[in-house]
Design a protein around this ligand. Structure first.
Ligand code: AP5
Length: 247
């Protein structure tokens, strides 16, 4: 029998660990990872028309206009690999209008994973996040440091996590980090703006998927969070196999 592909949505505040969990889910389940943040960052770095429009919104921590993101996701979901292997939608929908657009296309997830992390932890995760521009892997200076000096040397911060002057400030103050928590005003404004936008929209999104929503305590090591995610997704696959076997 042909296995029906999994359709998964993952949601949560900025830095709740969506990208980190997606890496692990893709490795295990082979789903097509569709991250609106990653797709937009690619458009920005390639200097496309979409990227030029999106850049300003992203750098200030605001949402990119719905029509741009909706067209991008609809196009990606309609590709053959997503239909065949299943998908993992990360960072979409983020507004009620985006959820409605999926509804119109009759796109429904099997499960909606909501990563739950307290706000003070989210800020600390943004401060320490680093990205490997070569592999796309996500690290954290304290919790998940890079495995080699070679990787460490090429890590970058995301522009919506900080500003240049804050980067210099952080380099100087890294030793004092745990004692003084020296967040600059510019940094906090950006991160807090992203958290605020998330809070404003999250209720409407969650209510659209309440029938398939599972809240996960994501304030635990990534391996523990993944253990729970893995069990949930495996259970869906198992239930399908039982159902298919019976019919
Ligand atoms: P996007 O890239 O989606 O950003 P985000 O939602 O703010 O989420 P993040 O990527 O910041 O965090 P994450 O949850 O993936 O956490 P991560 O795994 O990196 O979007 C960026 C921008 O694009 C938006 O601001 C907007 O402008 C635009 N955009 C995107 N989608 C849009 C849409 N649908 N509509 C309109 N605009 C859109 O982890 C964070 C850190 O924590 C890392 O350092 C990691 O190592 C660490 N960490 C992860 N898990 C753990 C753990 N369990 N324990 C300890 N540390 C951990």
């Amino acid at each position: 029998c042909v296995k029906e592909p999994l359709k998964v949505m993952i949601s949560g505040a900025p830095a709740s660990g969506k990208g980190t969990q997606c890496e692990l889910i893709v490795q295990k389940f082979g789903l097509v990872h569709i991250s609106t943040g990653d797709l937009l960052r690619e458009e920005v770095s390639s200097g496309t028309e979409i990227g030029n429009k999106a850049k300003e919104f992203m750098n200030s921590g605001s949402l990119v206009p719905d029509e741009i993101v909706i067209a991008m996701v609809a196009g990606r979901l309609s590709r053959e690999d997503a239909k065949k292997n299943g998908w993992l939608l990360d960072g979409f929908p983020r507004t009620f209008a985006q959820a409605q657009s999926l509804d119109k296309l009759n796109v429904k997830p099997d499960i909606f994973l909501l990563l739950d992390v307290p706000e003070e932890i989210l800020i600390e995760r943004c401060v320490g996040r680093r990205l490997d521009p070569v592999t796309g892997k996500i690290y954290h200076v304290k919790s998940y440091p890079p495995e080699s000096d070679e990787v460490k040397a090429r890590l970058v911060m995301r522009p919506d996590d900080t500003e240049e002057k804050v980067f210099a400030f952080w380099t100087c103050c890294s030793l004092a980090f745990s004692m003084f928590k020296p967040y600059s005003r510019g940094f906090l404004l950006k991160v807090k703006a992203r958290l605020q936008i998330y809070k404003q929209n999250s209720e409407a999104i969650i209510s659209a998927y309440s029938d398939v929503m599972i809240k996960i305590d994501a304030n635990r090591p990534k391996e523990m969070v993944f253990e729970e995610t893995h069990t949930l997704l495996s259970q869906i696959n198992l239930n399908r196999m039982i159902k298919t076997g019976k019919t």
